[in-house]
Design a protein around this ligand. Structure first.
Ligand SMILES: NC(=O)c1ccc[n+]([C@@H]2O[C@H](COP(=O)([O-])OP(=O)(O)OC[C@H]3O[C@@H](n4cnc5c(N)ncnc54)[C@H](O)[C@@H]3O)[C@@H](O)[C@H]2O)c1
Ligand SMILES: [Zn+2]
Length: 361
């Protein structure tokens, strides 16, 4: 088992990564201070992993909330059902919530913990690759509003993150690939050496080789932990984690939530960001080809959906959260392993990227 730390002063917490961790009682119970514990999960994950967690919590005053599965249930209504469960069980402010699932469960549970009795403890047990490398770390929690994704939420850090890589055995291939998009993102924004490692090991990763996956998760969490420790509330550098996300969110919205997985949209979005960077001659065209090749090998899409045109992109990108005072800001690449957030890009070149104007030779 590897243990990393997210350094946030009094709110610091460990990330444990390894195989078979869901059988390790102490690992989880040492982070529970009161007697009352509620495990929040969904209908898909409960039959797979809920029993093992409930066994670990033997001796506590245990409860569970089994939510419907899907991004469409990441709502205030679902959140309210968690509060109802907590109140029905008469849980007090010393209770602990345990998020057992992917990013949807992690975001809802974290937000429930941030609000219930003005804030209670929670733990993350992420079970998708995306949640293990991204959403379980960093304390962003929340739900969607009909008018915008992730628009209602809070910063609330977990007490620990337990990543059992065995849970990936039951994840389907498409979800695994979607998680790899975020892994590739860390190499692109922060670590050229890691990107090279990913190029050399992509076959092993998609074949679910455990040591390779564990290393990719560890490296991703290390980078995320470092960035979060430096800029917890995203006043600067943390925004670099949004490489490809302004384009990607437009694809997710433009195609209707759920048709493109988040990681798939981010893959196409990162390539659009790389293309725009190359059109500014910040990035070599050969680097864009490298990124495209890696995403392709990971089984991810490398171009936006045919049906989306420039004007639809522009309209959807204007409502992204990264718009500050009316100006669109984008995360672009200055090199592999080096990203910037900037509003200082050419509108004409952006238009070429969005309309997929043939590249200059
Ligand atoms: N808080 C953050 O910093 C942050 C960062 C990135 C993404 N997110 C959020 O995360 C969500 C996406 O997360 P996701 O990709 O994990 O999606 P998800 O939570 O919807 O999980 C994907 C699917 O896999 C199933 N599943 C989960 N674990 C499984 C397992 N071990 N075996 C079999 N099936 C399993 C789920 O039930 C679901 O059907 C989005 O809502 C996004 O906004 C949050
Ligand atoms: Zn993302």
């Amino acid at each position: 088992m590897k243990t990393l730390t997210v350094n946030l002063g009094a709110r610091s917490y460990p990330i444990h990564i390894g195989q078979g961790l869901l059988r390790n009682t102490d690992l989880i119970t040492q982070h529970i201070s009161g007697r009352q514990v509620m495990v929040v999960t969904n209908e898909t994950i409960a039959p797979l992993y809920l029993d093992s967690i409930m066994v670990l919590l033997d001796g506590f005053d245990r409860a569970c909330a089994i939510l419907p599965d899907g991004e469409q249930y990441k709502t205030l209504e679902t959140l309210d059902s968690v509060f109802t469960g907590l109140l029905e069980h008469r849980f007090n402010r010393h209770c602990t919530l345990v998020a057992l699932g992917g990013g949807v469960i992690g975001d809802i549970t974290g937000f429930a913990a941030a609000c219930y009795q003005r804030g209670v403890a929670f733990l993350q047990i992420p079970t998708t690759l995306l949640a293990q490398v991204d959403s379980s770390v960093g304390g962003k929690t929340g739900v969607n509003h009909p008018l915008g994704k992730n628009m209602i939420g809070a910063f609330h850090q977990p007490g620990c993150v337990v990543i059992d890589t065995d849970t990936l055995d039951t994840l389907d291939q498409r979800q695994l690939a979607a998680g790899l998009a975020e892994v590739i993102k860390y190499g692109l924004i922060h670590d050229a050496g890691f990107l090279t490692w990913l190029e050399q090991n992509i076959e092993r990763l998609i074949a679910r080789d455990k040591p390779s996956l564990a290393y990719a998760i560890e490296r991703s969490c290390t980078i995320k932990a470092e960035i979060v420790a430096d800029d917890e509330r995203e006043s600067g550098r943390r925004a670099l984690l949004n490489l490809g996300h302004t384009f990607g969110h437009a694809i997710e919205t433009g195609t209707g939530y759920g048709n493109w997985l988040h990681g798939e949209a981010i893959a196409a979005g990162m390539l659009m960001a790389a293309d725009l960077s190359a059109r500014h001659q910040w990035l070599a065209r050969s680097d864009v080809d490298r990124i495209e090749n890696l995403l392709r090998c990971a089984g991810l899409p490398v171009s936006p959906p045919d049906e989306m045109d420039e004007s639809q992109f522009m309209e959807l990108m204007a409502i992204d959260k990264k718009v500050v005072d009316g100006g669109l800001r984008l995360v672009l690449l200055k090199e592999i392993g080096g990203a910037v957030i900037t509003g200082d890009f050419s509108a004409a070149l952006l238009s070429q990227t969005l309309s997929r104007t043939a590249r200059a030779p």
